[in-house]
Design a protein around this ligand. Structure first.
Ligand SMILES: Nc1nc2c(ncn2[C@@H]2O[C@H](COP(=O)(O)OP(=O)(O)OP(=O)(O)O)[C@@H](O)[C@H]2O)c(=O)[nH]1
Length: 426
């Protein structure tokens, strides 16, 4: 096997070679944004029924924020507290100073600067990757999140607005119904489109979508600012969006393997509990993986598992799971032997033919030698890994435990017969 060639210990898989295949970011669930249209729909369709709920504002809104924060803390997802604190702080300022007609120049100025401040902080939070709460940086961020909206209460916003070199049309309300200025609507639309584009481009996780949704809900409040109780409803929508994305993230943590992004054993067991009569299971395992790890290091081994995860996830007609370690399980919802043999052989060949480019971690000292090194492929090496697969087709009346056991035995036969091959259980 090519991996038996010894390389210096400090090597790393060339990420560009892997990145095309390692594009298995879990699908973002747009459903986390659902509370926003749902609440707006209820608001317009059942205003009378909603009055009973809005009578409990603002206590209900603060309670919802506090409850979501408590849940996030209970799940040790401290980084969610930042978005929730921002939401709470913003709502407090709205309650304190935005409950007056916009004809009042201070209120108008606040309605222009507060969403701007909220947007800047929301974007800042979006750029943070799980900030640690109990660190200097974490506490400073918390202070910004809490205090920045509150400082708006004391800043001379009206004179700032007068000094802004913006045309009057910027502040011209969109209509008699929508009092938001044309200029504000325009920048909200631009921010929303750029943000949406980035979320899609980076295949963002549900937390990032939740942050975007919460921002969108708050911006919707400014669009319908003249409607009674809108600040409460939209803050509630933002809170529900954050709660949904928190739940979605917890679900992912419980069911998705972080390294390979494949569903893990818990998800497999749930699938097995509803497995049909016509089905088949394949256990597969990387050949000589211990040796590979020993030769190239555990990190490179991890990259290989990642790559394998992405290859398996992209295969049609099967559901792939990470069973544990370097073992994977494929579940088929049919029992056609020929189709199974064809598919498994295709998977085996795909993995075996995949060139893994391994390079030295030491970076060239200057760009000239770097160019030379890249041009000559010096310091990099292409290796291949292989997998063995054992398949068992479900027999009538057979339990899933027995089926798994037979697939495991078939895998053992494939290993025994020389590896890099498919074996079917008898
Ligand atoms: N890098 C990495 N290695 C892992 C992971 N999980 C398990 N392994 C390694 O996988 C190796 C499995 O070794 P063995 O069970 O002896 O199997 P093998 O070396 O692949 O040999 P055969 O299966 O007989 O071909 C061990 O060295 C584990 O440390 C992981 O998440 N990352």
């Amino acid at each position: 096997m090519a991996c038996s060639v010894r390389l210096p210990a400090n090597i790393q898989l060339r990420t560009t070679a892997v990145s095309q295949a390692v594009n298995v970011e879990v699908q973002v669930h747009l459903f986390v944004l659902l509370p926003l249209p749902l609440i707006l729909l209820l608001y317009w369709q059942f205003p009378a029924q909603l009055t009973a709920v809005s009578a409990l504002f603002p206590a209900l809104v603060y309670a919802a924020i506090a409850l979501t924060a408590a849940l996030a803390s209970l799940m040790r997802q401290w980084h969610w507290l930042y978005s929730l604190c921002l939401l709470g702080s913003h709502y407090l300022v709205v309650q304190q100073a935005l409950q007056r007609p916009l004809s009042d120049e201070r209120t108008l100025a606040l309605s222009i600067f507060l969403p701007l401040c909220f947007t800047i902080i929301a974007l800042l939070l979006q750029l943070q990757h799980k900030p640690q709460l109990l660190t200097k940086r974490g506490l400073a961020l918390l202070a910004v999140v809490l205090l920045a909206p509150l400082t708006m209460l004391w800043l001379p916003l009206a004179s700032w607005q007068a000094a802004l070199p913006l045309p009057a049309a910027f502040f011209q309300p969109v209509s008699e119904r929508f009092l938001l200025g044309w200029g504000q609507l325009w920048w909200i639309a631009v921010v929303a489109s750029c943000w949406l584009g980035l979320l899609n481009f980076y295949a963002a996780n549900s937390q990032r979508w939740g942050q975007f949704g919460a921002w969108l809900a708050v911006m919707a409040f400014y669009l319908f600012i003249q409607e009674p109780d809108m600040s409460g409803w939209m803050t509630l929508a933002a809170c529900l969006i954050l709660l949904l994305s928190l739940s979605s993230q917890m679900l992912q943590l419980a069911y998705i393997d972080e390294l390979t992004q494949l569903p893990q054993r818990r998800a497999l067991l749930s699938h097995l509990s509803r497995l049909g009569r016509r089905s088949a299971i394949t256990m597969l395992d990387v050949d000589h993986f211990k040796k590979f790890n020993d030769t190239y290091g555990h990190d490179v081994g991890d990259q290989v598992l990642k790559l394998l995860g992405s290859v398996l996830a992209s295969e049609r007609g099967l559901t792939a799971y990470r069973y544990g370690g370097e073992e994977f399980t494929l579940v088929f919802s049919h029992n056609k032997t020929e189709t199974l043999a064809e598919k498994l052989e295709q998977v085996r060949a795909r993995v075996a033919d995949y060139p893994l480019v391994i390079r030295q971690q030491d970076r060239p000292k200057d760009s000239k030698s770097g160019k030379q090194q890249r041009g000559s492929n010096a310091g990099s090496k292409t290796v291949h890994v292989t997998i063995s697969l054992g398949c068992a087709i479900r027999r009538s009346g057979e339990s899933t435990e027995q089926l798994l056991k037979r697939a495991d035995e078939a895998l053992y036969s494939a290993k025994k017969a020389g590896r890099n091959q498919v074996a079917f259980a008898k």
